[in-house]
Design a protein around this ligand. Structure first.
Ligand code: SAM
Length: 288
């Protein structure tokens, strides 16, 4: 079965009464080399289970099943489930669940897979919901080894940006708290059916086994990062005082200076270790 063949895709869609649903970000991969490359590079151990988000008609899923111990695939579109039963019929190591990943209880669904060994994530993500899905995976606290995702090229730039650059944002700082992101390759729109209006890139995130920087209060750390970027044109003390109104501008300036920065610095210059240090000072001020 060749699910990268455009005619085969059309036949399956027709046979199961399906149409490409834009509201679910359905752009299916049609280049076998790219599908193979994603499946190859999503982790370094064949003895692992893979969580796939959005299997579509099973193009990437089949390659994952052929390479890894077990695959759990979550698909929101109920209409695709019978088609997946057909395209994945030959594989005994796959479970398809008709669920919205944003509503799914990943702790419960993945418990047997974590008991069996390592788990990584591999997905050609629906672009309308990339950041919320990534944040849900990262904040789940589940010990994924790698998270490998095909995403919009501009989002890939954000995830891999260096502190101080234009593409650096709250998502970059938060991601660096949980792991390190590497851009693997770029994929042009012509490799999908239907083609999306943007280029894509594959990014692999390696989750820290031990976080190198741990804040005293994770919620205050998140609020610090969020506040710094919500008003990124403002100086850091000004941005922080909007995010921590009970502290006020003077205390926020004091916190920034105490953390070793000039009071006119902008938040976009701070890397994750500096955000952690700053948030510890803010947490202490709040607790006083
Ligand atoms: N994996 C297939 C491929 O590479 O050809 C399809 C990828 S397509 C870009 C995104 C897939 O995610 C679609 O199958 C879509 O129905 C599914 N999807 C969209 N939103 C979802 C959600 N919230 N939870 C689970 N699956 C979702």
């Amino acid at each position: 079965m060749n699910l990268c063949d455009v005619r085969a895709v059309k036949n399956i869609m027709e046979a199961f009464g399906l149409r490409f649903r834009k509201e679910f970000g359905q752009n299916f991969l049609t280049n076998p080399m790219i599908v193979g490359d994603i499946a190859d590079s999503c982790t370094d151990s064949a003895d692992e289970s893979i969580l796939e988000i959005g299997p579509g008609i099973g193009t990437l899923t089949r390659e994952l099943c052929a390479r890894y111990k077990q695959v759990l695939a979550l698909e929101i579109d109920r209409g695709l489930i019978p088609a997946l039963s057909y395209t994945l019929d030959e594989f005994k190591n796959v479970t398809v669940v008709n669920e919205d990943v944003m509503k799914a209880d990943l702790d419960v669904l993945l418990a047997p897979y974590f008991e069996a060994g390592g788990v990584s994530v591999c997905a050609n993500l629906p672009y309308y919901i990339t950041t919320p899905i990534l944040m849900k995976l990262l904040e789940s606290g589940l010990p994924f080894r790698y998270i490998t995702v095909m995403i919009q090229s501009e989002v890939a730039d954000r995830l891999t940006a260096k502190a101080g650059s234009a593409a650096y944002g709250a998502i970059t700082a938060m991601l660096n708290y949980y792991g390190t992101a590497q851009r693997l390759f770029t994929v042009s729109a012509g490799n999908f059916m239907p083609p999306p209006s943007v280029n894509s890139a594959v990014v692999r995130i390696k989750l820290h086994e031990q976080k190198p920087f741990v804040p005293k209060d994770e919620e205050i750390f998140r609020r610090t990062v969020r506040a710094a970027f919500e008003q990124r044109r403002k100086t850091l003390p000004n941005a922080l005082s909007a995010g921590f109104p009970t502290l006020g501008k003077d205390a926020c300036t004091e916190a920034v200076v105490k953390a070793g920065h000039r009071p006119d610095i902008r938040g976009e210059r701070l890397d994750v270790s500096e955000f952690v240090a700053l948030s510890d000072i803010i947490a202490e001020m709040i607790s006083q």
